[in-house]
Design a protein around this ligand. Sequence first.
Ligand code: KG4
Ligand code: ZN
Length: 327
Amino acid sequence: MKQGKILGIETSCDETAASVVFFKEKNIKILSNVINSQVKIHKKYGGVFPELAAREHLINILPVIDKALIDAGIGRKNVAREVSLISFAGSPGLITSLLIGSVTANVLACTWGIEFKEVDHVESHICANFFNKQRIEKIEFPAIALTVSGGHTSLVYMKSFGKFEVIGTTLDDAAGEAFDKAAKMLDLGYPGGPVISKMAESLKKKTEIVLPRPMENSKDFNFSFSGLKTSLFYKLQKDLLWEKRKKEYSWAVEDAITDILLKKTFKAVQKFKAKSVLLSGGVSANYVLRDKFDIFFKKEEIPVYYPPLELCTDNAVMVAIRAGLFN
Ligand code: KG4
Ligand code: ZN
């Protein structure tokens, strides 16, 4: 485990983020966590517009890093002395967005004479689970980690501390993307996850609307969400009253997505005899998902971990933690 102050940089999608995390023995302290979200810019497209995202990163990256250093109490002149490592998130992500973080981290590290390191974006999401009120969370291995966000849906097998093996991924849309596209069809705005969840929560009586659970029973650990989207599209086309039933459709979308995620994760837990389940990524902020996992795995006596809400969506704290915890 690395010691000292680590600067993390994250630009994989539409958040420009920088953070300083202090590692001292077995303690982790977040000294700063700056996030510049581009949600307002991409809202009108109902999803992230890659070219615009990269241009925004270019404008914001240096001010965001500057603020993270100032918030952490590190003066510009003291960076080389105080920061022991600069880490940045590499793939997966939008290549034009990732490039901005990568080039900036490389140039700053060379200028200041500091070591730098690229870390995997999904592994970074998973590592947000190791932060527990300034201590490193004691997680029992083997573990199964489900990372669900707008860009990725991955099941990762962690045989031991620091060993990551991707065992399943989405064959088409990511889970968050399925929420976002469903919200677009239902004319609910962007990002879709939180708004669908809010609509579903306010549904007073049960609905008979059921959406398919694609690949739920497939033999592998992969996912597919495009069939769910297509099914919703045709159901809405046939339903003249769909605008009055947005809460019901939202509930059905959330129910289907969270069911698929639970079923596939359990399958992996059984196969790999996992002792812990780790959730991460933007969709892990979803309370229905958290509840379903909590209730189900409680019966199996397997603990479920998820990061604090502010560390679920893209951030640079997780990048610094990934870089500090594992080589
Ligand atoms: O991790 P993240 O910030 O970015 C990516 O790496 O993609 O995740 C953003 C995604 C969006 O698709 C958004 O709709 C989804 O996370 N999301 C949610 C919730 N909050 C954010 N999905 C379901 N329920 C939520 N509460
Ligand atoms: Zn992400």
